[in-house]
Write a protein that binds this ligand. Structure first.
Ligand SMILES: *[C@@H]1O[C@H](CO)[C@@H](O)[C@H](O)[C@H]1NC(C)=O
Ligand SMILES: *[C@@H]1O[C@H](CO)[C@@H](O)[C@H](O)[C@H]1NC(C)=O
Ligand SMILES: *[C@@H]1O[C@H](CO)[C@@H](O)[C@H](O)[C@H]1NC(C)=O
Length: 326
């Protein structure tokens, strides 16, 4: 190697190292195909894991819709235990972390086949910072008909977004003031023969949301109060997307519920299948997911194909891991 080349190479290396101190290194795509590895499976075909949130420790909290239960899953050992069964409710929906190791989730009455009870819904918080988790009601949302996805607005602390899949709106909940209001309402969120808005996550000045009825991922530009500043835009049409996860590098992972697949939507708008296939049991009915803070692993909750959405597949609900890179 010529000294000059060596110098350029070293300089390049130093620059790379320097940049890495300030920004996470861009992920190297894992060589296809990625695989979905079961971390934990619930017993029985009628089980349904609805959503999950990753704790700072790396453990996972999983909500169930078939029973009003919050589960604690340990990926390193592949074990899980019931953390809390909510009284006076039948179902848990979306969950998100609101401050370090404190989570908010939607609790109320519905079944895996629908039957949501308007007026039964509230947001609860689960504080995992003490040895015995502190679990309490944050506020009731009497106007809600069926909260589905629960998400955050990146860079906006103390606010959670709650997607109501029957009412077709996004509620903004102020965690500190314990108040709520309808902050977004759009025809693209409306229920039709099936539920409307499903997953909701705020990212880079937009609220992204999926619609089950429209089979589309949308976004709406918003201000710092999460009020719309422009019309809804289609991000990806013709996809049966349930909830979705946004990686630290801006890649979206879409849970294609009845298609038994997870799609990857790159920053370059390229869409590829990450894992799963039509009749496969490796990703049976994905419902929600989250990428670890380091961007390396995607965890996916499933309903085990939900007994009927895909009549050729049915199994116990699962939590899966997909190594994205590294
Ligand atoms: C929700 O379901 C629980 C358990 O079955 C029941 O005790 C409660 O009354 C229901 N709440 C409403 C508002 O229907
Ligand atoms: C699943 O399998 C059934 C029965 O073999 C077939 O009719 C159906 O087209 C398959 N679906 C997909 C999405 O591959
Ligand atoms: C779950 O469903 C599958 C597919 O229909 C079936 O083969 C299996 O026996 C069922 N398992 C139980 C425990 O019912």
């Amino acid at each position: 190697m010529l000294p000059q080349t060596l110098l350029l190479w070293l300089t390049g290396l130093l620059l790379t190292t320097h940049a890495a101190l300030h920004h996470p290194a861009p992920p190297t795509p894992s060589p296809p195909p990625a695989t979905a590895t079961p971390i934990y499976q619930f017993h029985g075909n009628n089980t349904w894991a609805e959503n999950l949130a990753i704790r700072p420790s790396g453990d996972i909290l999983v909500t169930r819709v078939d029973v009003p239960e919050l589960w604690h899953i340990h990926p390193t050992t592949g074990t899980g235990n019931l953390l809390h069964r909510f009284p006076h409710a039948t179902a848990l929906m979306g969950i998100t972390e609101i401050s370090p190791d404190v989570f908010a989730l939607a609790v109320g009455n519905a079944t895996t086949t629908g039957h949501p009870v308007a007026g039964s819904w509230s947001i609860w918080t689960v504080d995992m910072n003490s040895r015995i988790p502190r679990i309490k009601e944050l506020l009731a949302i009497p106007d809600a008909e069926w909260p589905n996805g629960v998400g955050r607005m990146d860079g906006l602390a103390g606010v959670i977004l709650v997607a109501d899949c029957v009412k077709g709106v996004v509620f903004k909940v102020d965690v500190g003031k314990r108040t709520y209001e309808v902050t977004l309402q759009d025809p693209t969120m409306a229920m039709e023969n099936v539920i409307g808005i499903n997953g909701v996550h705020g990212y880079e000045g937009h609220v992204y949301y999926s619609s089950t009825a429209k089979r589309t991922l949308y976004r709406i530009p918003v201000d710092h109060r999460v009020r719309a500043t422009g019309p809804a835009e289609t991000v990806l049409a013709d996809t049966g997307v349930d909830d979705f996860a946004i990686a630290p590098d801006g890649t979206f992972y879409l849970m294609i519920h009845a298609g038994n697949q997870v799609l990857k939507l790159g920053r370059d708008n390229e869409v590829t299948v990450l894992v799963g296939h039509g009749n496969g049991t490796d990703v049976a009915g994905p419902t929600g997911g989250q990428v670890t803070r380091d961007g390396r692993v995607l965890y996916v909750s499933t309903c085990g194909a939900c007994g009927g959405d895909s009549p050729w597949v049915e199994q116990g609900a699962e939590v899966l891991s997909v190594r994205l890179w590294g």
